[in-house]
Design a protein around this ligand. Structure first.
Ligand code: ZN
Length: 501
């Protein structure tokens, strides 16, 4: 979000916003709800399943985007729009997709999973253990033998696409070597082996960045856009954006050069101007690494010295390059930092990154047809994020709870006000047992950390189901409560691939 949009947002978040709009009781009459229901029913009756084969699959992952995150982001975006009533009735772009299922996210060894086994389940159809990247659960974590690793590798949808002559792309706002994007193209017994500097000395397994540029199925990944530049540059090579900083690699290999040497029409970019200048017609393989580590949160993006494309811009560029292949493509797009903002206990950035994901999905829908493209939006896992209390309609979602018809804020047993948004655990825990008085705290500020019941340095993932939204060929197969690994089956079927081969 740019600063002017933030200013608009905070202005609109003030309770006075609703002063000239009619109270809900006047506009939301019994007649209104019945008419609204009739309209929705009519739309549902029009719905027909698309049994075609998909030419393309676009899979969006909101990392850590639990259902409470979607609801709060919906209200936040609704409250930032001029014609809003309260924000609650608004919808993010992907909430308008016609098919919906729930995804059970547990991994083989954990009730509450991390991103490595969950993305492995989504992209290979097999659940595995925490920390493992597209290898099965019978391998030892941090196994050191490449020969053993090969016996446990799982075939990913991206690999199948390349084998079948389709194009493929991976986009993330996190490091492109981070667990979620890595599970698309790499196989590793340890999610942290992102560059050779993280590898133990006595292993012959390749680091994840190297696996990305040496991907040898089909004609390799066509698009890889995200953060994580240091994983590709030697520790003697100065970073092109951050003065005085260097790459991370110990082997002296510049993997961005390897990428350029691999393919005849390849490009490597690291900032906004390079990204904007990419000639889509003459570029077959595009590598974009816009930060040494993760890309900026959407709220902070405009402050970046080198400039960074938004998730929507990266999605559009990826589609432009991939759609040149008439056989089709598989594209995975991750909003990787919703998760990281939640870990930090910072709802503002988690929600504004969720809105950026919604923008990217909207752009993808504009650029593709639901006749030929299966589009899925889901999360790998949830977070301990809650929307609570009894705030009145239109109460600022980032604000303190104010109840309908009452003056002043709602208070706890000790007379202290509280925010609507909170976490079960995390760094937002304040005081020693006693709560802090937030009466004069600017809780809608981007840097405010929502309160947490249990003090932890990093807020944790949560185990409840996440949503799967879908449209396009075979999207109707996403219904009911499903194992997370089922998402792969629907994508493989839509493309006419045999599962696991
Ligand atoms: Zn996480």
């Amino acid at each position: 979000m740019n600063p002017s949009k933030w200013l608009l947002l905070t202005t609109l978040l003030l309770p006075s916003i609703n002063a000239d709009s009619k109270p809900a009781a006047e506009t939301e009459s019994a007649r209104f709800w019945l008419q609204n229901g009739q309209q929705m029913l009519g739309q549902s009756e029009q719905l027909t399943a698309n049994h075609r084969r998909a030419r393309n699959v676009i899979l969006f992952i909101g990392d850590g985007m639990g259902i409470s995150t979607i609801t709060a982001a919906r209200i936040l975006e609704g409250q930032s729009l001029i014609d809003n009533r309260g924000g609650e009735e608004h919808a993010l772009s992907f909430e308008l997709l016609p098919y919906l299922a729930l995804s059970k996210t547990y991994s083989v060894n954990q009730q509450t999973p991390d991103s490595a086994p969950t993305m492995t389940a989504i992209i290979s159809g097999v659940k595995t253990n925490d920390g493992l990247i597209s290898v099965d659960s019978s391998i030892r974590r941090q196994e050191k033998s490449a020969a053993v690793l090969r016996q446990h590798q799982l075939k990913t949808l991206i690999e199948q696409a390349e084998q079948q002559g389709l194009s493929s792309g991976v986009v993330s706002t996190a490091r492109i070597t981070h667990a979620t994007p890595a599970a698309c193209y790499a196989h590793s017994p340890e999610r942290d082996w992102e560059s050779d500097a993280q590898l133990p000395a006595d292993t012959d397994i390749k680091d994840i960045a190297r696996q990305l540029v040496e991907f040898d199925l089909g004609n390799g990944l066509e698009v890889a856009l995200g953060g994580g530049r240091s994983m590709f540059l030697p520790n003697t090579t100065p970073d092109p954006e951050d003065q005085g900083k260097f790459g991370n690699r110990k082997d002296g290999v510049d993997l961005t050069e390897t990428w350029l040497n691999n393919y005849p029409h390849a490009a490597y970019v690291y900032n906004q101007s390079g990204f904007d200048a990419v000639d889509v017609r003459n570029t077959e393989h595009l590598l974009g690494l816009f930060e040494r580590s993760h890309m900026k949160y959407e709220h902070d993006r405009s402050n970046d010295s080198g400039g960074e494309p938004s998730l929507a811009e990266m999605t559009a560029k990826a589609i432009a390059i991939l759609s040149k292949n008439r056989k089709g493509y598989v594209l995975v797009v991750e909003a990787g930092r919703i998760d990281q903002a939640h870990h930090a206990g910072n709802a503002f950035r988690a929600l504004t990154d969720t809105i950026a994901l919604s923008d990217a999905v909207r752009r993808a829908r504009q650029l593709t047809s639901s006749q030929h493209t299966l589009l899925i939006v889901t999360a790998d896992h949830s977070h301990t994020f809650t929307i609570a209390g009894y705030p009145e309609r239109g109460n600022p979602i980032l604000g303190l709870v104010k109840e309908t018809g009452k003056t002043g804020f709602a208070t706890d047993k000790n007379g202290l006000p509280y925010t609507t948004l909170g976490y079960a655990n995390g760094p937002g825990h304040r005081g020693n047992g006693a709560r802090q008085d937030l009466s004069l705290t600017h809780t809608v500020h981007p840097d405010f950390l929502q309160e947490a019941a249990i003090p932890l340095d990093s807020e944790t993932h949560a185990a409840e189901d996440v949503a799967i939204f879908a449209d396009g060929p075979q999207a109707h197969l996403l219904h009911g409560v499903q194992e997370q690994s089922y998402i792969y089956q629907v994508m493989a079927k839509a493309l006419g691939f045999k599962a696991g081969q």
